[in-house]
Design a protein around this ligand. Structure first.
Ligand code: URP
Ligand code: ZN
Ligand code: ZN
Length: 464
């Protein structure tokens, strides 16, 4: 199958140009002006007035994550389908090593969830709950198998928490095997004390979650793990950075020339602590780190502009308001942590970033596709419009407006954090390895068409 996309504006991280794109099978075969008169194609799509961008890459999702006695609701089928509707054509999800089990068991379980179900390509990072001689050895095997990143936590004591020694040992191991440590950086031990005090003082509604998880404790943990990485002489990637204090820690490290990288998420750019009020309704917005007061947001935007933040991913981790979030009625500590978002990331960032004049359209593509591809060993197969790259392409209408609602979204969750918000910019045609998976609001893909992304070392590692 050969598809020719004509008359569009190709937007990449490097620049924009008017050119046609020829897709042959699963990859991009040619790029150039006036291809229409020169090549044969089975289908020609006129992209006049629209952008042609590399498909979005969301490197932080949690399909079916077990959390707080329940499971994140989206499966690999429903979650990747929703991703495709939103112009995201690759995800990297977190396989989980449960305490006392091997990394292998966790990874196999995630392969089983995804294979035959995902509609677009997917990779895995590995959540490490135990760091010991066996799991450290297993890390090497996973790197060889294309799962080269490991998430550790200074949060969630008793569940995913690792102490500094464990984190340092895992970092040393990546120094030997070329992997990357991803850190959830909040001081969970101190937060648990404050949360208990908050409940004891009578604050049991979800707002207590936001009040107890102080931003300074994200800043402290972020600086600590960066310094551990410095001592281990390895890069580190901070996930879901939400707070000014944490950003300052990353800024300082980068100014010193350290290989510290970080992502933020749409919820920290567009939502705030105010959304957590309104009684138990606030449970819809319970995630960790929590939503911050609005004054953190301009700093995060500045971080994105100045490249102290390199990536925007979603931390997509949806729980129904009715039947899941309500496990925490009467005690905010029991609300499952996580928000839906995989479908809305590209449009929210286009609207709030490009349309609002905060980001160029090229930077929008960079933080949502190219930088994640480079940092997570997928570039230039993904995240690029180049001859030989996978034909993961989106024909994006920068002018179409749509209103976000749980009534029309495709994520399997009963509410939207952005209910009623109108955004400018939407995906018209979404192509995954040369096959159209979404066209004008209709799903045309296939369950099971998504393939496992065996990832190599990050760009910075290849250059070292
Ligand atoms: O609240 C969140 N972020 N839930 C998902 C698990 C995690 O820490 O990323
Ligand atoms: Zn986390
Ligand atoms: Zn997460």
């Amino acid at each position: 199958m050969r598809t020719l996309i004509t008359n569009g504006t190709i937007v990449t991280a490097d620049g924009s140009s008017a050119a046609d794109v020829l897709v042959d099978g699963e990859t991009i075969a040619a790029i150039g002006a006036g291809l229409a008169g020169m090549v044969e194609a089975d289908e020609t799509i006129d992209a006049a007035g629209r952008y042609v961008i590399p498909g979005g890459i969301d490197v932080h999702t949690h399909m079916e994550l077990p959390f707080g006695g329940t499971f994140a609701k989206d499966t690999f089928e429903t979650g990747t389908r929703a991703a495709a509707f939103g112009g995201t054509t690759s995800i990297v999800d977190f396989a989980v090593q449960s305490r006392g089990k091997s990394l292998r068991e966790g990874l196999d379980a995630w392969h089983a969830k995804a294979e035959g179900n995902a509609v677009v390509d997917y990779g895995f990072h590995m959540i490490m709950s135990d760091v010991n001689d066996d799991t450290l050895r297993e890390m090497d095997t996973l790197v060889e198998e294309g799962v080269p990143d490991f998430k550790l936590f200074t949060a969630y004591p008793g569940v995913f928490f690792s102490d500094d020694g464990a984190i340092f040992r895992a970092m040393q191991q990546t120094g030997r095997n070329g992997g990357l440590i991803m850190m959830h950086a909040e001081n969970g031990l101190a937060i648990d004390v404050i949360a208990a005090d908050t409940v004891a003082a009578g604050v049991t509604d979800p707002i207590g979650h936001g009040l107890a998880r102080y931003s300074v404790l994200e800043g402290e943990a972020t600086n600590r793990v960066i310094r551990l990485a410095q001592a281990a002489k390895v890069p580190v990637y901070i996930v879901h950075l939400s707070a000014r204090e944490a950003l300052n820690a990353v800024r300082m490290a980068r100014d010193e020339g350290l290989p510290a990288f970080a992502e933020t998420c749409p919820q920290y750019l567009f939502l705030s602590l105010d959304d957590m009020g309104n009684g138990f309704e606030g449970a819809k917005f319970v995630c960790s780190p929590p939503l911050r007061s609005e004054d953190h947001q301009p700093e995060l935007w500045k971080g994105l502009v100045k490249d102290d933040l390199q990536v925007v991913s979603t931390d997509h981790c949806p729980f129904d308001f009715h039947g899941q979030k309500d496990l925490g009625k009467g005690d905010f500590r029991k609300v499952p942590n996580g928000l839906p978002g995989v479908e809305d990331r590209m449009d929210l960032l286009h609207d709030g970033g490009v349309v609002a004049g905060r980001l160029s359209k090229e930077r929008w593509v960079e933080i949502t596709s190219t930088a994640p591809a480079k940092l997570f060993g997928m570039y230039p197969r993904k995240g690029a419009i180049a001859v030989g790259s996978d034909a993961d392409l989106v024909i994006y209408d920068p002018n179409r407006r749509r209103t976000i609602s749980a009534k029309s979204h495709h994520m399997d969750v009963d509410y939207s954090c952005y209910e009623g918000r109108t955004v400018q910019g939407a995906s018209d045609v979404v192509m995954s390895r040369g096959s159209i998976v979404v066209r004008n609001g209709e799903f045309t893909g296939r369950k099971g068409a998504g393939r496992f992304l065996r990832r190599g070392p990050a760009d910075y590692a290849r250059m070292a």
